[in-house]
Write a new protein. Structure first.
Length: 395
């Protein structure tokens, strides 16, 4: 029976064709997603961070006339207005979109028809290891719980262009003139001399990515790279000089306390390095809770997404190995601090971090301040005037 793609009629003819021959090995599939959690939304591993658009195009040696894959995806959660303003997908536009399970099944059918692969297919994204593969792994686990692992190495090879572009930027003066020189838009502009039209639409982004790769000759990286043990603390993404100083001060005290304890191996290398943080995490335990506690209480990493990312770098966790935050953190700056009773109220509602509180407002309450405040009063025991505070919605 011919395949009928619900959102890409042009794919129906393609899927019904049996005359094409398999392409040579090595054709890339460029892939991108748009999600519910763009600017200040859900942390990467939040259950509210869902895909709203899935797009892909094939690279050389297939011709550019090969039909693309592009479909909206029903996220089953509210799309915050700030996110919709970036990529254009709001609740109304996604009302009749297919589920992620249906969208991914159609994507795999498209791959099978277009590529007719005889081995693993290389999926390429800009920030594959830091974003796309992480978000898609969460979706794949939800949609296909019977699969042993979200990224089956016999079917897919993941490749990332962001790290090679960062290395190029580091060797040039681009970083001096561009606030985000490694972004897809900036890279595309340097390579082509043109602006990437339609940026933040997944289809436009994958088309731009393909052009940038094929024009520049860049080879995507298939290896997740972490800062070396010998790297300074600021080599960790989201750790600037101030956070590095806080982290180093803590590490100096920690190492003094643990030095020479029975069964504790000596630290290899200086305390101002990423290796020292890994050493502390391993000494405190193999789970991530103690490391999160240090990042939250000592380094003051308030943002859930940043905390997740730093933990992944320190513990060298790949896209499929990242874990949701485990350490409860409901501390706000003093000028809008939550009382102990209010923190207990949040926890009673199942909200364990500032990010979770914000996401409850954005997604569960669909950005309705009155509904959010009423819920804090009813389930969290908040006083009405405190429940109405903007502080909780700005976490």
């Amino acid at each position: 029976m011919p395949y009928k793609h619900p959102h890409h009629p042009s794919l129906s003819t393609l899927m019904d064709s049996s005359e094409s021959s398999p392409p040579p090995t090595g054709a890339y599939v460029y892939i991108d997603v748009e999600t519910t959690g763009c600017p200040g939304g859900a942390a990467l591993l939040s259950p509210f961070h869902r895909v709203v658009q899935l797009s892909a195009v094939v690279g050389r040696p297939l011709p550019r006339t090969t039909p693309a894959f592009d479909t909206p995806v029903q996220p089953h959660v509210h799309v915050p207005a700030a996110s919709a303003a970036i990529h254009g997908w709001d609740d109304a536009a996604l009302a009749h979109a297919p589920s992620f399970e249906a969208a991914w099944t159609a994507f795999e059918t498209w791959i099978a028809t277009v590529l007719q692969p005889t081995g693993p297919v290389t999926l390429v994204a800009h920030n594959m290891f830091g974003f796309d593969a992480v978000v898609l792994a969460q979706e794949l686990r939800r949609a296909f719980p019977h699969r042993e692992q979200p990224w089956d190495p016999t079917r897919y090879v993941l490749a990332d262009t962001l790290e090679p572009v960062r290395r190029q930027v580091a060797a040039t003066a681009a970083a001096d003139t561009d606030p985000a020189p490694a972004s897809l838009g900036s890279w595309y502009r340097r390579v082509t001399g043109q602006t990437l039209e339609g940026a933040h639409n997944a289809l436009a982004d994958v088309q731009g990515l393909r052009t940038a790769v094929e024009t520049s000759g860049l080879v995507p990286s298939t290896t997740v790279t972490w800062p070396d043990d010998t790297a300074v603390l600021t080599a960790l993404r989201y750790v600037g000089p101030t956070r590095a100083k806080r982290l180093y001060d803590y590490m100096a005290t920690f190492l003094d306390q643990w030095a020479g304890r029975p069964g504790t191996p000596p630290l290899q290398g200086p305390a101002r390095t990423v290796g020292a943080v890994r050493y502390a995490a391993a000494t405190l335990g193999s789970f991530q809770g103690p490391l999160e506690k240090i990042l939250r209480d000592v380094v003051h990493v308030f943002d859930d997404d940043q905390c997740e990312a730093i933990v992944a770098q320190v513990l060298r966790r790949g896209p499929s190995e990242r874990q949701p935050l485990a350490y409860p953190y409901l501390v706000w700056p003093a000028y809008r601090a939550a009382t102990r009773q209010e923190q207990a109220g949040f926890r009673a509602m199942g909200l364990r971090t500032r990010g979770a509180v914000r996401d409850h407002y954005l997604y569960t309450c669909a950005e309705d301040a009155a509904v959010f405040a009423a819920d804090l009063v009813a389930r969290g025991g908040f006083r009405p005037e405190r429940a109405a505070s903007k502080a909780w919605r700005m976490a």
